[in-house]
Design a protein around this ligand. Structure first.
Ligand code: ZN
Length: 699
């Protein structure tokens, strides 16, 4: 069945005459054209021999081997040495094959066949060593090599082989990929990317509806008008830390790294889930950013690149589409609260007054007031005043003013100011913050009231998830009772979210209807639904403001001794955040965290930890390069079988849908992944929306 929300994308591919690549798939049914003609073999052979071009043949062979190497290199669990061994094996294999063919054809060897066999024998020499393979990448015009960016040096003690401790200065180096280079490569090499950017300018926007960045006031303030030749790209930057080694091992934090990525806000949010739409900007050891020098050098490099992009930009020429002048602006900077505070030059503690990066609330005020209107919000002007005051008081030993520690270099950008960056990550704030905190307290109460017990909760949740299909892989872990410390939820963000979605469904019939603690969980469930919604209306934001204030009030009433966590305060800003930037889900860090997991996966097969950042960034760039060449990232099909359309019961419907005849062949699959979403036979999807509600269809 062709799924609805992806139909537009594939139609676009089909209509794009410039698309020189084969992109796989159309939902679960894939059309294919099979124009089989019976041909005379002798004439084909003659024709082939006459038209044989040795250079093309060599290139074709070389490209095929490169494809396999790229595929190996993009796999997270294959060491690089395996690629070289594979090439060596293939060389031996073809040597035997070519030798046999030479002796079989010795009486009828034409010049073309001799040249072809010689080419097959020698083609592997270009791939014979790791050095040769790397050179092929680095010399390819579409491969973007990471640059080494020195971030200063750190002093370390090292023991020599004679057992003497020596103090050495070790250079700090970040692996850096300029945004401008990646952007240029995408626009030049991916026709679909360019089409989607241009299409985004022509999309109609509904007043009072927030679905993406372009619906928010920040986009409107840029006043961009599409004129057919000037392209403006909106960059969403992300930064966060990532552990590379087992957290329980010794020196577990030694290789902790900070990752910088970007994605393009022009794309529809449904594409954000596809990891190939997230591009690496920098990776470095987190310890190198703890000092101002290292952080400033890295931010300077990013800001200089963005300044060039927002002022001069660059020109691209697409043969069939003309010349475009491309500029880009930093539209959003996202990340978890701690990482953002570090980069923005704010204090990295939330235990003080003015802990909120969006307003000037004190700890005390955050426990008493539950609506944004009760707080004075931070602005670029008030920030400027804070920085100026700090400069005056610095000599007296003042380290920060209202949590501002220093001027942030990002404010040098013309269209970006950290105090205008109204971003909060709902994954860290809600899924890993508010849900375990509130659920922990409420469950503890329900257990003490003897309404539920912990084994019963774990059993019921386990049974419920074993019957599920979509959320099966998000099955929550066991909840443990740690006595005085309360209940512990050692679960991932996705598991915590799944827990909250299914917990009320599983236990509603066992809880007295007037239990106020239970109502708190139900309210939380509704609040999280709104926070995570992919689309919000103005009226829904007004409603949220009311129910969230009432939720916090009720929480304080039921748990007067428990304080409201800083993360609970952050959500009072949700309506303004959405009005400025679109739904929180369009800039949550979940997708970036998924990419972190993918990037660090090879660290388990890397024997040397001398410079893991260089190894991992190079690997990621190889994977990106592979996808740029093949463009098969947004659709993944597990396995397919082929069938004639005429073999189906509803031939007419399928033929007319695909505009194909009944004699054409289609490929069938029972599962397909499109932009990170799995569609499996037997599941239900929304196929139509009407005034009466939604119409569902079964795949
Ligand atoms: Zn605030």
């Amino acid at each position: 069945m062709r799924t609805l929300h992806d139909a537009d994308v594939h139609e676009e591919v089909g209509n794009d005459q410039d698309n020189q690549f084969n992109r796989v798939g159309l939902g679960a049914v894939i059309t294919g054209e099979e124009n089989v003609e019976v041909m005379d073999t002798d004439s084909v052979l003659k024709d082939t021999q006459e038209n044989f071009c040795l250079e093309n043949f060599k290139k074709m062979l070389s490209d095929k081997i490169l494809d396999v190497i790229l595929l190996f290199r993009s796999r997270q669990n294959v060491p690089y040495s395996a690629t070289v061994e594979f090439v060596s094996y293939m060389k031996s294999f073809t040597d035997v094959l070519v030798g046999e063919l030479r002796s079989l054809l010795r009486d009828s060897l034409s010049d073309n066949i001799t040249s072809a066999l010689n080419s097959i024998s020698t083609i592997f020499s270009s791939f014979r060593s790791e050095h040769c393979i790397r050179k092929l990448y680095e010399d390819h015009p579409q491969f973007i090599s990471p640059q080494s960016l020195p971030l200063g040096a750190r002093i370390e003690n090292e023991m020599t082989s004679q057992g003497v401790i020596k103090t050495i200065s070790r250079p700090n180096v970040a692996q850096y990929i300029p945004i401008s280079k990646t952007l240029k490569s995408l626009l030049l090499n991916d026709p679909l990317f360019l089409s989607m950017i241009i299409e985004s300018y022509n999309q109609q926007r509904e007043s009072g509806i927030y679905r993406k960045f372009q619906d928010g006031s920040k986009y409107k303030s840029l006043r961009f008008q599409w004129d057919g030749k000037n392209i403006l790209v909106f960059i969403q930057l992300y930064a966060d830390g990532m552990g590379l080694t087992n957290p329980l091992a010794s020196a577990a934090t030694e290789h902790n790294s900070t990752m910088f990525y970007f994605l393009v806000n022009n794309l529809d949010p449904k594409f954000y889930g596809s990891l190939s739409n997230i591009h690496l900007v920098a990776m470095c050891n987190s310890a190198d950013l703890k000092y101002d020098e290292g952080l400033n050098i890295l931010l300077e490099a990013i800001v200089d690149d963005l300044l060039r992009l927002e002022t001069d930009g660059f020109e691209i020429n697409i043969p069939s589409r003309g010349t475009f002048q491309v500029k880009a602006v930093l539209s959003q900077f996202t990340g978890d609260n701690l990482a953002l505070n570090q980069i923005f030059g704010l204090t990295e503690s939330f235990a003080h007054d003015y802990f909120c990066p969006l307003c000037y609330c004190t700890r005390e005020e955050s426990q008493k007031y539950f609506k944004e209107k009760h707080f004075r919000c931070r602005t670029p002007e008030s920030y400027k005043l804070d920085v100026e005051t700090l400069l005056l008081l610095r000599e007296d030993g003042q380290l920060h003013i209202r949590e501002v520690k220093k001027f942030c270099i990002l404010n040098r950008l013309k269209f970006f100011n950290i105090m205008d960056n109204w971003i909060n990550d709902c994954m860290h704030t809600c899924l890993q913050g508010i849900i375990p905190y509130v659920c922990g307290l409420v469950l503890k109460t329900l257990i003490s009231q003897k309404i539920l017990d912990i084994d019963q909760i774990n059993d019921e949740i386990s049974k419920k998830f074993s019957r599920l299909k979509i959320d099966k892989k998000n099955k929550p872990g066991l909840i443990k009772n740690n006595g005085k410390e309360g209940l512990s939820f050692k679960m991932s963000a996705a598991q915590l979210w799944a827990f909250l979605r299914y917990f009320p469904l599983s236990f509603a019939n066992r809880i007295p209807v007037d239990n106020q603690y239970w109502h708190l969980i139900i309210s939380l469930s509704e609040i999280i639904d709104i926070v995570m919604a992919p689309k919000l209306s103005e009226s829904m934001l007004c409603y949220f403001e009311v129910i969230y204030a009432s939720f916090l009030l009720q929480f304080k009433r039921l748990y007067p001794a428990a304080s409201l966590r800083p993360k609970m305060h952050f959500l009072v800003h949700l309506p303004t955040i959405v009005r400025k930037n679109g739904p929180m889900r369009t800039f949550w860090t979940m997708n970036f965290e998924r990419l972190n997991g993918k990037i660090k996966a090879p660290s388990h097969i890397i024997n040397s930890f001398r410079n893991p950042q260089l190894t991992l960034v190079f690997r990621r760039q190889c994977a990106t390069f592979n996808k740029t060449l093949c463009l098969k990232d947004s659709v993944c099909v597990n396995s397919t079988i082929e069938s004639y359309i005429s073999d189906f019961l509803n031939v007419d419907m399928i033929s007319s849908f695909f505009d194909s005849s009944a004699e054409e062949i289609v490929s069938l699959t029972d599962s397909i992944k499109i932009n990170g979403v799995n569609y499996i036979v037997g599941l239900f999807v929304i196929v139509e929306k009407s005034d009466q509600g939604f119409n569902f269809g079964k795949i």
